[in-house]
Design a protein around this ligand. Structure first.
Ligand SMILES: [Mn+2]
Length: 341
């Protein structure tokens, strides 16, 4: 099925539904939140009841997005707010999942499995490589810069009016997932979508200053430490750096930053390091709160693809931006850092 037919079918499914639940991945990033906010506007405009859910949503940076306050992060609260107790199907006859390659990333595995068994329909909008197949209509295009870009295509194909609010959502998602058009995933189609959002009145400079330019002191200090420890492996031309849990505690003054900000903090840092001349790829290792070491991999512009390495280590992601998580901790032995299990 072509992308156009899938996007048209998705809109028809939304129009035929009476009540729609929209979900993005846990610890949502800017693209996930923007995609949920955009889909919420579209579904509401069709006159449907909508509820939105992202577990561990803790990103006040994006509170300018339309309907941001309506995105719930507590599943029990959402159930009481929308007055249902058992199966999702008791309340919603369509579930839309955005920006989630794996079902586990919805943080609703059991609920969605039960919903599907009861005959519930699911649409998925995503740009991550597939991990699980569970949607009735899967609209997955890993070559796209962001889920927001896919939603822009959905808007155009279905001749939905690109309001200023929708344009702000699309622009935010694209900006965040391309690091202000810096990453190679930003194609000419991406920039055409961006041009259309600007023509529709999207607030480019406001969005950039709220999000990308809003780095606090602790974040910059963390970057400083990672730069200081940067090393290049001469054989593979891979640059590596490490951040331990103790560093996080020292710099941030607290042991655990909320996980959402933490994943954003380190993906911003990996994106920044990927500009390093002379390296083919970068690997940033940091200790997570739960006894795991997370590896964040990025290709440099003329570097090698990193997705295979991530998958070999049990992770996944895009060709040029991927990651993995392995049990253990970081230890400095002599001049080198090692992951000790
Ligand atoms: Mn995304």
């Amino acid at each position: 099925m072509s992308i156009q037919s899938k996007l048209i079918q998705a809109y028809e499914m939304m129009a035929a539904a009476s009540s729609v639940l929209i979900i993005a991945h846990l610890r949502p990033d800017g693209d996930a939140l923007s995609s949920v906010a955009a889909l919420r506007l579209v579904v509401k405009d069709l006159g449907k009841q909508t509820a939105c859910y992202c577990q561990q949503k803790n990103q006040q940076l994006f509170d300018y997005l339309p309907g941001f306050q309506e995105i719930e992060s507590d599943w029990d609260y959402l159930k009481s707010k929308y007055e249902f107790e058992g199966n999702i199907i008791d309340k919603f006859d369509l579930v839309i999942v955005a920006d989630c390659g794996a079902l586990t990333r919805t943080a609703l595995v059991q609920e969605i499995t039960d919903y599907k068994q009861a005959g519930g329909k699911i649409i998925e909008f995503d740009h991550h490589p597939r991990i699980d197949e569970y949607a009735d209509l899967e609209i997955r295009y890993p070559d796209l810069s962001s889920t927001a870009e896919l939603i822009y295509q959905f808007i155009i194909v279905n001749k939905i009016f690109l309001s200023r609010e929708l344009a702000d959502c699309v622009l935010t998602g694209i900006l965040m997932d391309t690091g202000n058009f810096l990453y190679p995933s930003a194609s000419n189609e991406t920039l055409k979508a961006v041009a259309a959002t600007l023509a529709a009145g999207a607030h480019y400079s406001k969005i950039v200053s709220y999000t990308l330019q809003n780095k606090d002191m602790a974040v910059v200090k963390m970057w400083g430490l990672a730069l200081e420890r940067l090393k290049i492996n001469s054989r593979y031309q891979m640059a590596t750096s490490v951040i331990t849990r103790a560093d996080i505690k020292n710099i941030l003054g607290q042991d655990a930053l909320d996980t959402a900000s933490e994943s954003d903090l380190f993906s911003g840092l990996s994106g920044f390091l990927s500009n390093l001349a002379g390296a083919k790829a970068i690997l940033l290792l940091y200790e997570e709160e739960d006894g795991y070491v997370k590896g964040s991999l990025r290709s440099t512009p003329n570097g090698f693809m990193v997705d295979k390495l991530a998958r070999t280590l049990g992770g996944g992601g895009h060709k040029r931006a991927s990651g993995f998580s392995i049990p253990g901790h970081l230890e400095k032995i002599g001049n080198n850092w090692q992951i000790i299990n």
